[in-house]
Design a protein around this ligand. Sequence first.
Ligand code: IMP
Length: 194
Amino acid sequence: MTKETFSETTITFITGNQHKVLEAQGILNNLGITLEHADLGYPEIQGNLEDVARYGAQHASRRLGKPVIVEDAGLFIKALEWFPGTYSSYVQETIGNKGILKLMSDVSNRYAEFRSVIGFCTPKTEPEVFLGTVKGRIGYKEIGRFGFAYDPLFHPEDYEESFGEMKREIKNRFSHRRKSLEKFALWYKSHNNI
Ligand code: IMP
């Protein structure tokens, strides 16, 4: 099989989340990829993060007629059997961080991970997915005014501070999104014929 090559350095990130756009621009611009943004929406099928990202990227690239990335992410808490996981969005909108803290009130094992899967697709190719994970723990209260959603609850491994206490540049150095986007960028460049 011949190796697929790409000649574009501009890719469109399909998301309705402005925080994700700013984080992703900070990461990808440093890696030589220009990111545009479109809030198109795409069907979110039932399945794991990879399934959702693969399907969403294919759907959006065919519809837009351009190379795109989409992201599906979530918070996975070990003591809660990896809940909220793929339900992270729904849980954030319903019980929110306070609800998670309630569920964790008697729990001493605070281990959790954020996972991010980037799906990439062009109108003429099959989708590819890239997983990034960051390990950490759930705090006992919400703390910090930076970031979004679960950030004030999540303390990455080896740090006292929560993601909510970190400025974007710091979170971007080692977040789940950093890792998935970096994997994507390295793969993309190795397939880029410019
Ligand atoms: P999504 O479906 O990929 O948008 O993410 C699922 C849920 O996890 C949403 O409520 C997001 O706001 C939340 N989430 C995703 N990434 C992060 C992050 O980096 N920090 C905090 N919450 C996040």
